[in-house]
Design a protein around this ligand. Structure first.
Ligand code: DGY
Length: 326
């Protein structure tokens, strides 16, 4: 009999076709998450799980799934998975890095430009019928070209963002626990500096670190206070990297010019007050949301399940119990 795989959400069709060729599927074909209890019940006989970043994959889940051999997450991020626990139980975990880096980098720039040039405010104004014609003082934003970009995290996505900065003739700073190879620094014109220096010097700070105990609240009130009053913070990584209440206070007091957020501390809930601020762009976790990339993520997740559960081969995107860089 074909192995049983639980799929927790509606995902691109190509991935489902591939999965159906090899597995029996228990598919929650909905746009909303499976209630926890249902998920645990469905996993009783499953050998594979294709999940999203909204599912907590931990000891309780593994206890409910005695036959589980592999978890393939439809995400690059792994912060929702207890990797040491999976490893201890001999359950393989795979994720979908690489295929989304360029798309996430594109979106980081969309957020950055939207924040700096007040695109969303402009859209609202026009829709509200308040556009009265060209006005020399209407919605003045900040120039992007020639400014300093600070990247916190310099994995695949951070580097792809840096590459795009050349077109804007920007100075590029990055901070990361490990230096990038010299050749990469040279090619991207990127200089590694400590976080405090990056925050002091940058006009745009973009976050690309994985969420881990070390990066939780990495950007707190003290660090926000180091940033220029004219600077913007862009978070397309994970919400809890930023202390959202501290950010809210900083934005209210104009300690910062603005922010653009694709992720939230207690996603999908927003910190009360954030919604009412004009100087923040709010986006519903869309960084990897292009047709091509979501299809590629689905294929990669499905392929890894087939590789391991059908052919017994460890896929290249399987992970060990250690944090990754995005
Ligand atoms: C991921 O894959 O971790 C991203 O957050 C999805 O856009």
């Amino acid at each position: 009999m074909k192995p049983l795989v639980v799929v927790t959400r509606n995902i691109p069709q190509a991935a489902l076709r591939l999965l159906r060729d090899h597995f029996r599927l228990d598919h929650h074909d909905r746009p909303t998450p499976l209630p926890r209890r249902d998920l645990l019940r469905r996993l009783r006989r499953a050998e594979g799980l294709l999940c999203l970043l909204s599912e907590r994959v931990d000891a309780e889940l593994f206890d409910a799934a005695p036959r589980l051999r592999m978890v393939a997450t439809f995400s690059a991020g792994l912060d929702h998975i207890d990797l040491p626990e999976a490893e201890r139980r001999g359950i393989l975990v795979s994720h979908t890095p690489g295929v989304l880096a360029e798309t996430c980098a594109d979106y980081t720039w969309a957020l950055l430009l939207a924040g700096a040039r007040r695109v969303v405010e402009g859209d609202r104004l026009v829709r509200a019928g308040r556009f009265r014609g060209w006005d020399p003082l209407l919605l003045l934003g900040a120039d992007v070209h020639g400014k300093t970009l600070g990247l916190v995290g310099f994995g695949r996505i951070g580097q792809a963002v840096a590459r795009r900065a050349a077109g804007f003739r920007m100075t590029v700073l990055y901070c990361s626990p490990h230096p990038a190879p010299r050749a990469v620094e040279r090619r991207l014109g990127a200089v590694r500096v400590p976080l405090a220096e990056l925050l002091r010097r940058s006009d745009f700070v973009t976050l690309h670190a994985a969420l881990s105990p070390e990066t939780r609240y990495l950007i707190d009130a003290r660090r926000l206070a180091l940033m220029k009053r004219t600077a913007f913070l862009i978070n397309g990584a994970r919400g809890p990297i930023v202390d959202e209440r501290a950010l809210l206070r900083a934005l209210r007091r104009k300690r910062l010019a603005g922010a653009a957020l694709d992720v939230y501390e207690t996603e999908p809930r927003l910190t009360p007050g954030l919604r009412g601020l004009p100087n923040v762009v709010l986006s519903p976790h869309l960084a990897s949301a292009s047709l091509e990339t979501r299809a590629a993520m689905g294929r990669l997740a499905a392929d890894s399940l087939v590789e391991y559960l059908i052919f017994g081969r460890r896929p290249g995107n399987a992970v060990h119990a250690r944090p990754h860089s995005s």
